[in-house]
Design a protein around this ligand. Structure first.
Ligand SMILES: NC(=O)c1ccc[n+]([C@@H]2O[C@H](COP(=O)([O-])OP(=O)(O)OC[C@H]3O[C@@H](n4cnc5c(N)ncnc54)[C@H](OP(=O)(O)O)[C@@H]3O)[C@@H](O)[C@H]2O)c1
Length: 279
């Protein structure tokens, strides 16, 4: 079993590598997640909108491993951002996940109605106060949103901004802002939706270490300070490969080659949800 390094900032204790579950239906989760947990995955990323929280909860319960060993993240969908809806929806998530609390509760996208984001942030903090979440955070917030959310909640209250981040999307400006406020960057689509898998530069780097391009792409992320990566897979072999990245380190020359891959290429940009990105 692989021991995954933990990001300890602000008492977070978040494993730097997690198991993403976007687009994995409950049957797939039931097939792949138990094996992934055996391999050592403890950080699992789900969301209300993925409609697979119950399967995640089942795999966790049936693992026989104490709940406290896991780091479970879920995200509140944007149609539940009215304060009373948010709290009720989190209660629903907890019931589906079969747990009294999540380790991290995120607002999925910065889409707020006429009253702005503060009432929703207040409700998020209340969910934490009431013990429904150990930690809270945001997702897909641009620099302006992040600054506003930190100003409202206070420094040290929000733990992460979960955003798209991979070798083709460097996120330099946002990274600086997150570092300044001591927020972890949780990298979603860390493999750039499998576009990294055939990258010749990453393959060439991996050859030195006996690793694949995908493993190099993930290693590059988890080597960074306060960065976590949450690749998703429906394939048990890929789950094993993705966790097998903690026995090598990238050299300075490797990192320079990887820096050259940044094309500011964003994959996740849904109409009606995406903010003005900081590209
Ligand atoms: N907050 C947000 O708005 C947001 C948005 C998007 C994603 N996310 C989170 O981030 C997670 C990851 O993002 P993602 O699933 O969209 O993209 P991703 O992890 O970058 O890529 C997943 C794709 O890579 C393939 N893959 C995985 N491991 C591989 C390997 N070792 N070799 C070859 N191919 C491999 C998978 O196919 P196979 O199934 O065949 O392995 C799948 O097609 C999501 O599951 C979700 O938890 C959050």
């Amino acid at each position: 079993m692989t021991d995954i390094p933990v990001i300890g900032a602000n008492g977070l204790n978040m494993p730097a590598l997690g198991f993403g579950t976007f687009e994995l239906d409950e049957e797939t989760i039931g097939r792949v997640l138990p094996g992934a947990i055996e391999l050592g995955y403890r950080h699992i990323d789900t969301a209300q909108i993925y409609r697979n929280e119950a399967a995640v909860g089942k795999a966790v319960a049936e693992s026989g491993i104490d709940r406290s060993e896991f780091f479970l993240t879920t995200k509140v969908w944007v149609d539940r951002f009215a304060p009373e809806d948010l709290l009720a929806s989190v209660q629903g998530s907890l019931e589906r996940l079969g747990t009294d609390y999540v380790d991290l509760l995120l607002l999925h996208w910065p889409l707020f109605g006429g009253r702005g984001m503060n009432p929703t942030l207040e409700a998020l903090m209340r969910a934490r106060r009431e013990g429904m979440a150990r930690h809270i955070g945001i997702s897909n917030f641009n620099i302006d949103h992040t600054e506003q959310a930190v100003a409202f909640c206070g420094e040290g209250q929000l733990m992460t901004n979960q955003v798209e981040y991979h070798v083709y999307l460097g996120q330099e400006r946002l990274r600086r802002v997150l570092a300044r406020h001591n927020l972890v960057l949780t990298a979603y689509m860390p493999l750039a939706k499998a576009h990294t898998v055939n990258d010749p530069v990453l393959w060439q780097i991996g050859e030195q270490y006996g690793k694949t391009a995908a493993q190099v792409a993930l290693r590059w992320l988890v080597e960074q300070d306060r960065v976590a990566a949450i690749p998703a897979t429906s394939n048990p072999h890929h789950a094993a490969a993705n966790i097998d990245i903690f026995d090598f380190s990238l050299s300075k020359a490797d990192q320079e080659s990887i820096a050259g891959l940044d094309k500011n290429r964003r994959i996740c940009n849904p109409d009606g949800l995406s903010p003005a990105w900081d590209d």
